[in-house]
Design a protein around this ligand. Structure first.
Ligand code: PBG
Length: 323
């Protein structure tokens, strides 16, 4: 039997009907808002390539977090811009570092808000790479100690979840062991497991002042062409103790979100990265795309592909649209 017995349009005739048969629902608890914290006071410096996003000093960050909590958003993920950078990324694992101070302030002033910390070194190294550089490349095993120390100092400051984004091999196991040894066996790890060497991170590197000073990240981040390799990355991270995994970026990698959802029974996150945000915003500002529709449509697509958690710079906007 086909047409005219079957008419797909029968279930599309009114908003009430469409709502009844809708397969994918977004809610504010799906979203995690990335925030950038910098030294100083009363600083709210807009990021040129990411309109509506700011480098915030801790006082401003706390105010922002109050608003985020009020909107019912799932949580925030913090990135730090330190006072100074060096060869050893000391600011990344300093108990008095910028992120550690920010976490303590948020935990004190905005209780109940879930705080995730990004664990990486690129914002803290003078050369902008994600680990210790030896002979012109990032040394994997030497970098693990920095990452483990950063994760422990974030947990000590009160972070609810640590999220390593460096793409070193073995970092999840190293972080898990360090957290357990330091008395944080209950702090979950959200691993950026399938993170690609992507052109879509450009605006973030302006926001976080973390562009590499030489070369690129292709010796540690993944080749955009590889799907099977992404599944191996995820599998290894789960074996090493990751509680949740992430696919990043989101829109060019929706197939991998779906593959991961079908294969692995851990919560799956996807990161709608800075470039995805900036290109939508640029078109919205020119009047070429309709703001509210494309925000919700892009997030619905990521959710439909299988991500329960979406890291997105549209988190506040989308939460407002859904309320
Ligand atoms: C740190 C990190 C990056 C992003 C998140 N964590 C940048 C990079 O790997 O160069 C990108 C996020 C975004 O583009 O929104 N390693």
């Amino acid at each position: 039997m086909a047409f005219p017995q079957h008419r797909m349009r029968r279930l599309r005739g009114s908003e009430a009907m469409r709502r009844l048969v809708r397969e994918t629902a977004l809610e504010p608890s799906n979203f995690v808002l990335p925030l950038f914290v910098c030294p100083g006071e009363e600083i709210r410096r807009e990021i040129g390539s990411m309109p509506g996003n700011y480098q915030l000093s801790i006082d401003q960050l706390v105010a922002e977090c109050g608003e985020v909590r009020g909107l019912g958003i799932g949580g925030i993920i913090l990135f730090g811009i330190p006072e100074a950078k060096d060869e050893h990324a000391s600011g990344a694992y300093d108990d008095n570092g910028i992120v550690q101070g920010a976490v303590r302030a948020i935990k004190h002033e905005v209780p109940g808000l879930l705080v995730i910390t990004d664990v990486c070194n690129c914002e803290y190294t003078s050369h902008g790479h994600c680990g210790k550089v030896v002979d012109g490349d990032v040394d994997n095993d030497a970098t693990l100690a920095w990452l483990a120390a950063a994760a422990v100092s974030h947990a000590r400051a009160g972070a609810d979840i640590v999220a390593p984004s460096d793409m070193m091999d073995g970092r999840v196991a190293a972080i898990r062991k360090a957290l357990d040894d330091a008395g944080f066996p209950m702090t979950p790890i959200l691993s950026y497991a399938a993170k690609f060497a992507s052109g879509f991170y450009g605006p973030f590197r302006e926001a976080a002042e973390s562009a590499p000073k030489f070369g690129d990240r292709r010796s540690y981040q993944m080749d955009p062409a590889n799907a099977r390799e992404a599944m191996r990355e995820i599998e290894l991270d789960i074996e090493e103790g990751a509680d949740m995994i992430m696919v990043k970026p989101a829109m060019p990698y929706l197939d991998l979100i779906r593959l991961a959802r079908d294969r692995y029974d851990v919560p799956i996150a996807a990161y709608q990265v800075s470039g995805e945000y900036s290109m939508l915003m640029a078109a919205i500002e020119r009047g070429w795309l309709e703001r509210d529709r494309v925000i919700l449509e892009s997030l619905t697509g990521i959710r439909r592909a299988g991500a329960r958690i979406i890291l997105t710079y549209f988190a506040k906007e989308a939460a407002r649209l859904l309320s």
